[in-house]
Design a protein around this ligand. Sequence first.
Ligand code: SF4
Length: 96
Amino acid sequence: MVTGLAVHLDELGRPLCPCNFYPDKQAEVARSREWICACDEMKQWKYCHCLLFVAPDGMPITEYLPDGHEGREIYGLVKDPTPDKGREANRKRESS
Ligand code: SF4
């Protein structure tokens, strides 16, 4: 995973998420930032389903997930150890 991100950074100049398949990686980078880490789930809920970004105990943060989200059902409640960081989408929404 980390190697995939590093390769994309070298090849494309952006950390396109290696979790997905792209027929044309350059076009994907130019078209959208949806699959460039951090993805929308990370920006909104600080949740990484790929398990690349996790809390110190190795668990993905699930504290901000909505009820019924599969991440909360699988991992239970995992508190955010650094609540002052991340969740870019929420911060933008709160400040507007
Ligand atoms: S789930 Fe994690 S590794 Fe996957 S795209 Fe989102 S932030 Fe990146």
